[in-house]
Design a protein around this ligand. Structure first.
Ligand SMILES: NC(=O)C1=CN([C@@H]2O[C@H](COP(=O)(O)OP(=O)(O)OC[C@H]3O[C@@H](n4cnc5c(N)ncnc54)[C@H](O)[C@@H]3O)[C@@H](O)[C@H]2O)C=CC1
Ligand SMILES: O=C(CO)COP(=O)(O)O
Length: 340
């Protein structure tokens, strides 16, 4: 059986560690904080991240990166802004060349536009790199509520090995070789999750939400294909699946950011109230907006979320500007029937 570890003990890293533990993989969870590691080892809880959840006894925590040296599979689940720094530290302690690194963080690096798996591949050029992403709220996974996800690796055999570790009566995983598509869906949907929250905060109703999700999928696909993903992948769990779950769910931190903005709160006020929790859509809106501008892809909803977050535009004005754009057909015949 593979020896496993998880790098990053926030809600998602810990929830994924519970899946591995339930499958008999006895994961080692690397925590930045000694207090979090002690709580996990002594009480089998992590009340700041997954309150009310009893963690499996076979899940052990450590603060020593060197303890991860002998692992066959390492899940990387820090926030996107920390992934390069933590991965560099792991590289400095050294891991085996055949250790598989599985990126579970959702985001795109600003300035370089690198996906999380590309950051890992640059730091670990000889190691196999894979990605896990889907409609997966940590709080539900940790409570063993039925969940499906996607595992991507350019080498299908690697994806299948990981899939075996993520197959339980309540956790199902699917494989693909479209690494870019899976990662891009998870990162880009964060921006639409903020927009979904804005729709709720403004009290705009269900028609508006359906329009956002549908037009959002068109926009996500258009940008995702331009950035190297396969259009079919965006119809799957890591694309439309994740878009729907975060646009509709109160569990989504990005959704909560958007709702606060719609209710008239400032971004600073909202993020201060979220404590240690990351809403990746906040930095991701910048990196994704900038990537779209570099490629000259039309992204009207992403543009408006950017203007609300970073240019002080009011959500109501952003909505009016979206609706009063030049009228156009829903499907553009000039583009082989692709939605415009
Ligand atoms: N929470 C969820 O339901 C899901 C989260 N994700 C993604 O997983 C990633 C991690 O999110 P969560 O676990 O939810 O985070 P979280 O908001 O629960 O906690 C953040 C974690 O990151 C750690 N951290 C912050 N800065 C760090 C640094 N510089 N070095 C090392 N660790 C650092 C904190 O100590 C904490 O453990 C994000 O990219 C998120 O989008 C993906 C799917 C589901
Ligand atoms: O990605 C997620 C669910 O699939 C978690 O969403 P948030 O980061 O918005 O909480």
């Amino acid at each position: 059986m593979m020896k496993t570890a998880v790098l990053g003990a926030g809600s998602w890293g810990t929830a994924l560690a519970t899946v591995l533990a339930e499958g008999g993989y006895a994961p080692l969870l690397w925590c930045r904080s000694a207090a979090v590691a002690d709580e996990i080892n002594e009480k089998h809880t992590t009340n700041d991240y997954l309150p009310g959840v009893e963690l499996p006894g076979s899940l052990r925590a450590t603060t020593e990166l060197a303890d991860l040296r002998d692992r066959d599979l390492i899940l990387v689940v820090t926030p996107s802004k920390a992934i390069a720094e933590v991965a560099e530290k792991l590289a400095a302690v050294g891991i085996c060349p055949d250790t598989v690194l599985l990126a579970c963080t959702k985001g795109i690096e600003r300035d370089t536009g690198r996906r999380m798996s590309e950051i890992l591949q640059d730091i670990f050029p000889d190691n196999p790199i894979a990605v896990l992403s889907g409609p997966n709220h940590a709080e539900e996974v940790a409570r063993k509520l039925p969940t499906a996800t996607t595992i991507a690796a350019s080498d299908h055999e690697v994806a299948e090995r990981i899939q075996a570790a993520f197959t339980l009566p309540w956790f199902r995983s699917y494989t693909t070789t479209d690494v870019a598509g899976v990662e891009l869906g998870g990162a880009i949907k964060n921006v639409f999750a903020i927009a979904g929250g804005i729709v709720e905060g403004l009290g705009l109703g269900d028609n508006a939400k359906a329009a956002l999700v549908t037009r959002g999928l068109t926009e996500l696909t258009r940008l995702g294909v331009a950035l190297g993903g396969d259009a079919k992948t965006f119809q799957g769990l890591s694309g439309v699946g994740d878009l729907v779950v975060t646009c509709y769910s109160e569990l989504s931190r990005n959704h909560r950011v958007g709702r606060g903005l719609g209710e008239g709160k400032s971004l600073e006020e909202i993020t201060a109230g979220m404590g240690h929790m990351v809403a990746e859509g906040v930095p991701n809106t910048l990196s994704i907006y900038e990537a779209a501008r570099r490629l000259e892809v039309d992204t009207p909803i992403i543009d408006q979320v950017h203007h609300v977050l970073y240019e002080g535009k009011s959500p109501a004005e952003a909505l009016t500007d979206l609706f009063l754009r030049e009228p156009k057909p829903e499907v553009d015949d000039r583009c082989d029937g692709a939605a415009t």
